[in-house]
Design a protein around this ligand. Structure first.
Ligand SMILES: NC(=O)c1ccc[n+]([C@@H]2O[C@H](COP(=O)([O-])OP(=O)(O)OC[C@H]3O[C@@H](n4cnc5c(N)ncnc54)[C@H](O)[C@@H]3O)[C@@H](O)[C@H]2O)c1
Ligand SMILES: [Zn+2]
Ligand SMILES: [Zn+2]
Length: 361
C-alpha cells in the first residue's frame, strides 16, 4: 500500500525548501520502509539545494537519520519491523572488485531502493545520497539500515549516518591516527570536529584545530583539540609547525574542501606525513602544486569517502562507545528543530552558529 507522508524537498536550484506530500510505496524485494525519528542538517543537503551535486530536481533532502523499521519487502533478512536503525549510504554489494578484494568500505556498487518515492502528482523524487530522510517515512534498500543499540538517542545516532562518521573515520580509518602522533584539522564544522574527536580518541598527543571562526574553535576544544588556530589572524602552516617542534604534524585532515586549505594541509605536514581530504570540493576547483614538493615531502595524500566506514562494523561499535560515556557524540547536536525548520537550519549552518541542527519528528 502506498502511504502519503510529509517531507521536505528542494524543487529547483537555490529555491527555499518546501514541505510537501510524499508518496512512499510499500517495500519491494530487498527494500524497507523506515519511520524517521531524527535527521541532521548536513552541508551536503545545502549543496543539493544549490544544484552543486546534480540537476536531478526535485530532491528529497536529509540523509543523517535514525528511525524504526516499519515494514520490509520480500527476501529481507538483515532487519525486521521494530528494529532501531541508523541509515547509511554504503549498502555494500559484496560482488564488485573492491568488495571481492576484501575492501568493502570502497564498494563501487552500493545499493538504494529500486522503487521511487514521488510527489502527489507522481513526479519521482531524487533522495539525497539515496536516502531522503527529512520525511516521516522513507523507502531505502534494506542494506542501508544498520541496527544499533536502541538505548541511544535518535538525534545522536542519526549523525553517525554521515558527517560525524565521515570525520571520525577520516581520523580512525583513513589516517589511522596512532597513539602519540600529532594531528591538525583544518575546518571545524561537524565533520572537522568529529575528526578532532577521532584523533583524540586514538591517543594523538597534539590535536591542532584550525578555523576562521572563533566560535568553532571553542567547540573544537570541547571535542579534544589541544590547541586552536584562527587562520584569519596567523599563518596556519607556521602555527602548526610551531606547535609540532618546528616539523609539521604527522597527520593533517582537511575538512573544508577548498584548494587553499588543501595546500595549507599539504605544507603543514611533517616529512612523510599523511594528508586526508574529507572536505568535498566543487567541480570547478583546481590545484596547482610543484611536483617536486609532492615528491620531496613524501608521505601519503588520501581522500576519505564517508570516513572509509563499514556501517555494519562501525555504527554499532561507535554507539556502544557513546553509551559507555567514552565518545561524547551528543556534543554535535547544537539544536533540535522541527521538520518545517530545515531552511532555518541552513541559515544557521551558513552563519556558523551550529555544528548540527537536528530535525526530530
Ligand atoms: N568525505 C565525506 O564523505 C563527507 C561527508 C560529509 C560531509 N563532507 C564535507 O565535509 C565538509 C565539511 O562539512 P561540515 O558539515 O563540517 O560543514 P560546516 O559548514 O559545518 O563546517 C565547515 C567549517 O569550515 C570552516 N571554514 C570555512 N572556510 C575555512 C577556511 N578557509 N579555513 C579554515 N576553516 C574554514 C567554517 O568556519 C566551518 O567551521 C563539506 O565540504 C562537506 O560537504 C564530506
Ligand atoms: Zn561492492
Ligand atoms: Zn551528510
Amino acid at each position: 500500500m502506498v502511504q502519503e507522508v510529509t517531507g521536505v524537498i528542494a524543487r529547483s536550484k537555490g529555491a527555499p525548501v518546501e514541505s510537501v506530500t510524499v508518496r512512499v510505496p510499500a517495500p519491494g524485494p530487498g527494500e524497507a520502509v523506515v519511520r524517521i525519528q531524527a535527521c541532521g542538517v548536513c552541508h551536503t543537503d545545502l549543496h543539493y539545494r544549490e544544484g552543486a551535486i546534480s540537476d536531478d530536481f526535485p530532491f528529497l533532502l536529509g540523509h543523517e537519520a535514525a528511525g524504526v523499521v516499519e515494514s520490509v519487502g520480500q527476501g529481507v533478512s538483515e532487519v525486521s519491523p521494530g528494529d532501531f536503525v541508523v541509515l547509511n549510504w554504503r549498502a555494500v554489494c559484496g560482488q564488485c572488485r573492491a568488495c571481492r578484494r576484501g575492501e568493502p568500505w570502497y564498494c563501487f556498487d552500493t545499493g538504494n531502493a529500486h522503487q521511487p518515492m514521488t510527489l502527489a502528482d507522481g513526479t519521482p523524487l531524487s533522495p539525497a545520497l539515496g536516502i531522503g530522510a527529512f520525511v516521516e517515512k522513507t523507502l531505502v534498500a534494506a542494506g542501508q539500515c544498520t541496527k544499533v543499540d536502541p538505548a541511544v538517542k535518535p538525534e545522536v545516532a542519526g549523525l553517525l549516518g554521515c558527517g560525524v562518521m565521515a570525520g571520525l573515520g577520516a581520523a580512525l580509518n583513513t589516517a589511522a591516527v596512532r597513539r602519540g602522533e600529532t594531528v591538525a584539522v583544518i575546518g571545524c564544522g561537524g565533520v572537522g570536529d568529529a575528526a578532532i574527536l577521532g584523533a583524540s580518541f586514538a591517543g594523538a598527543r597534539t590535536v591542532v584545530a584550525v578555523d576562521v571562526d572563533d566560535r568553532k574553535l571553542q567547540a573544537a576544544r570541547q571535542l579534544g583539540a589541544t590547541h586552536a588556530v584562527n587562520s584569519t589572524q596567523v599563518d596556519p602552516v607556521d602555527a602548526i609547525r610551531e606547535l609540532t617542534d618546528g616539523f609539521g604534524a604527522d597527520v593533517v585532515i582537511e575538512a573544508v574542501g577548498r584548494p587553499d586549505t588543501y595546500l595549507q594541509a599539504f605544507y603543514a605536514r611533517d616529512l612523510a606525513g599523511r594528508l586526508v581530504l574529507v572536505g568535498v570540493p566543487t567541480p570547478e576547483m583546481t590545484l596547482q602544486v610543484p611536483l617536486i614538493d609532492v615528491f620531496a615531502r613524501g608521505g601519503s595524500l588520501k581522500s576519505s569517502w564517508y570516513g572509509d566506514c563499514l556501517p555494519a562494523r562501525d555504527f554499532p561499535m561507535l554507539v556502544d562507545l557513546h553509551l559507555q560515556g567514552r565518545l561524547p557524540l551528543e556534543k554535535f547536536v547544537s539544536e533540535v528543530i522541527g521538520l518545517g525548520d530545515v531552511e532555518d537550519g541552513f541559515a544557521r549552518m551558513r552563519a556558523g552558529e551550529v555544528l548540527r541542527s537536528v530535525v526530530v519528528l
